[in-house]
Design a protein around this ligand. Structure first.
Ligand SMILES: C[S@@+](CC[C@H](N)C(=O)[O-])C[C@H]1O[C@@H](n2cnc3c(N)ncnc32)[C@H](O)[C@@H]1O
Length: 213
């Protein structure tokens, strides 16, 4: 650095040559609301290569392009409209390693196994975690595969205890789950937690990368 804090320039002012590259790379806006989800997906792609990924509840497929190192990303969603929008994004971003099909996770019977199965957008955010769903993920994985799960921990507020009582009386399970309870469910269904991310702002949200045992 010189005295004014500027980085030294080597070989002349080459920044002028690549300003356009930077500009193009920033053209597509990144949703701030989903930055934790972006981090999850980018982390997976940094940790693995040449992997096959089943993305359950892929929706419009906005996160599927964050897996350029994957051999195959297979997104499924039970909403035909979501899959239609997903196909449009696949085209727009020329995602050559991505396929997307309409399918409900519960009845989905693929003719292949995957290296990674990601259910983070469905179980723990749309639907409660169940051991049945975890066993299904387990059955869809190669022997050394990984499950990717997310959960929201219940807040410790009086209002939430009341909500829990009502859900118990109505026999409607809550989506939030205590991380310790979820870890016990994982152990019972044959998963070992290998990595855990926690985003503890307004929502106490966890992301767990678990190896099939
Ligand atoms: C949180 S949204 C995902 C949004 C997506 N990340 C995006 O960027 O568009 C969850 C998605 O899961 C789908 N879904 C929920 N339950 C499902 C199930 N049992 N099987 C397949 N898809 C499911 C919903 O249709 C919805 O599109």
């Amino acid at each position: 650095m010189d005295r004014k804090g500027r980085a030294p320039m080597f070989g002349g002012d080459c920044s002028d040559d690549y300003v356009g590259n930077y500009l193009r790379s920033h053209e597509d806006t990144i949703s701030q609301a989903y930055r934790f989800d972006y981090a999850e997906n980018l982390l997976v792609d940094a940790l693995f290569e040449e992997y096959t990924l089943l993305y359950v509840g892929c929706g419009t497929g906005g996160f599927l392009r964050l897996h350029p190192r994957a051999r195959l990303v297979h997104g499924i969603d039970y909403s035909p409209k979501m899959i239609e929008a997903c196909h449009a994004l696949i085209e727009r971003f020329a995602m050559r390693n991505v396929e997307a099909t309409v399918a409900d996770f519960a009845s989905f019977r693929p003719d292949r196994l995957y290296d990674i199965v990601q259910t983070a957008g469905v179980h723990g955010s749309y639907l409660p975690h169940t051991e049945e769903a975890l066993r299904k993920v387990h059955s869809l994985l190669h022997p050394d595969g990984y499950g990717l799960f997310s959960l929201t921990a219940p807040p410790r507020t009086l209002g939430h205890y009341w909500k829990r009582c009502k859900s118990w009386l109505r026999r409607k399970p809550l989506i939030e789950i205590h991380p310790d309870r979820f870890r016990r469910m994982l152990a019972r269904t044959g998963f070992a937690v290998r990595l855990e991310l926690r985003k503890g702002e307004r929502l106490d949200r966890y992301f767990l990368l678990c190896r099939k045992e």
